[in-house]
Ligand binder design. Structure first.
Ligand code: EPU
Length: 417
């Protein structure tokens, strides 16, 4: 198993270019199978989750061709194949095949998804949506069987604001008969990205980015070309890394509007930020104010950036409170940061971080993707010694070219093993 080795203590300096968004890509790739003709996706991130999705589409009979940052999905010879086991278990977002296959063929058999298991992540709202559209859903030996003789538009109120359920219902409803209304829908930029692709394919979706989405079903969808939005979580991670190492970094190819919650918190801490059209410059300072951070659904501070933020808050002069209102216990990285010398106490769904304690190099383990990002940032701040982060396979799910990007910014980081 590979580990990441980090000899920290150097300020990050230079420019990093952000790739396409993972959480868009893993929905856009399955969305492509709703079309009758080829779909091309540009600005595709080079991530293990995308590679697994490529294999899944091939298992379904699609012809997938890829270059470094582009994918074309030709769904001409697509079939509805049951996928109860295998690759579907390797990533959480395989659940989007439920909505996509249901929309395309009226049936799907998909094993319950795997992915980052920082806590139980139910899919009851996805199923509620499929059932409202007229599907029968059963769990047979760990695989979800979904069947509908005819999908019919319906009004669906989500009991929890869910990114996955909102997208999955859009996928299933795009070709249903009649109008579907999703109330209490999630508003994340990735949802807008999926709706933009579907509308380019001929769908009739309105209201994305608000809490009410209206989908008028159409008989068929066609191929198109679509460029994936930049990854706001990757961008936020590099912004935080720049601040934590007291560096000076231009984070390029971002949509600054998507970064507002992170930008606001960094400014509150005393980080210097300059917004440009498609880039943000982050300049660190020797001293930072402690801040309270509440991870919320978009446009709030993203739960996916709360763990990297915790590493930065260990550098502030005082006590910060980090609360996650999306997941109640996404704090598996905390014991690892404590091994590095951080002073953090968990209280319910909050981490109370006493900043100003110098971190030291240690052997630590990433238990999920964003935990990995937190540990890398912590390692980058440590002057003296080498921090060894295992669990690299989690980090590879969401950060392409992490080692080369950080090396270009002057970090001493390498893979071993
Ligand atoms: N929830 C339910 N029932 C459902 C669906 C969700 O109770 O049917 C709960 C979840 O347990 C959670 C909350 O609702 O407490 C929000 O979950 P959501 O469905 O929005 O999460 P998701 O769609 O499974 C996506 C991202 C996550 C990100 C969350 C929240 C993808 C592939 N994943 O997950 O990204 O944390 O939204 O923004 O888009 C990551 O990138 O590291 C990551 C985990």
């Amino acid at each position: 198993m590979e580990t990441l080795m980090i000899a920290g203590g150097r300020p990050l300096k230079g420019t990093v270019t952000i790739s396409g968004a993972k959480n868009s890509a893993v929905a856009l790739v399955p969305a492509a199978i709703l079309a009758e003709t080829p779909v091309t996706l540009d600005n595709l991130p080079d991530l293990s989750d995308v590679a697994i999705y490529t294999e899944l589409l091939t298992e379904l009979g699609a012809v997938v061709s890829r270059t470094a940052d582009q994918m074309t999905v030709d769904p001409t010879s697509l079939r509805s194949v049951p996928l109860p086991n295998g690759n579907v278990k390797k990533l959480r977002a395989s659940y989007y095949l439920m909505g996509a296959l249901l929309g395309r063929f009226g049936e799907a058999v998909i094993g319950l998804p795997g992915g980052c298991n920082f806590e139980p992540r139910p899919i009851d709202q996805h199923i509620k949506g499929f059932e409202a559209l007229g599907a029968r859903v059963t769990n047979e030996g760990g695989a979800i069987h979904i069947r509908a003789s005819r999908l019919t538009g319906a009004k669906i109120y989500l009991d929890v604001v869910s990114v996955g359920a909102t997208i999955n219902i859009m996928l299933a409803a795009a070709r249903a008969k009649g109008v579907t209304i999703i109330e209490n829908a999630a508003k994340e930029p990735e949802i807008i990205d999926v709706a933009t692709l579907l509308n380019s394919m001929g769908a009739q979706i309105k209201g994305v980015g608000t809490e009410t989405i209206r989908i008028e079903g159409v008989d068929s969808l066609h191929g198109c070309r679509h460029s994936i939005i930049p990854d706001r979580i990757q961008a936020g991670t590099y912004m935080i890394a720049a601040a934590a190492t007291r560096g000076d970094v231009i984070v390029d190819n971002v949509i600054p509007k998507h970064m507002e919650a992170v930008t606001a918190k960094l400014l509150e801490m005393g980080v210097q930020i300059t917004e440009m059209d498609e880039a943000i410059r982050v300049v660190g300072r020797p001293d930072y104010e402690p801040v309270d951070v509440k991870a919320l659904v978009y446009p709030g501070f993203a739960t996916d950036i709360q763990s990297p933020m915790a590493s930065l808050l260990t550098q502030a002069n005082g006590v910060s409170i980090l609360t996650d209102y999306v997941y109640s216990n996404r704090f598996k990285y905390v014991p690892e940061l404590i091994r590095m010398g951080a002073n953090i106490r968990l209280e319910g769904r909050s981490a109370v971080i006493q900043g100003g304690t110098p971190l030291s190099a240690a052997k630590v383990t990433a238990t999920d993707l964003r935990a990995g990002a937190a540990l890398v940032i912590a390692g980058l701040t440590v002057g003296g010694g080498v921090t060894e982060v295992s669990g690299v396979e989690f980090i590879d799910r969401g950060y392409d070219n992490l080692v080369s990007n950080l090396s270009m910014l002057g970090a001493e980081i390498w893979r071993q093993g």
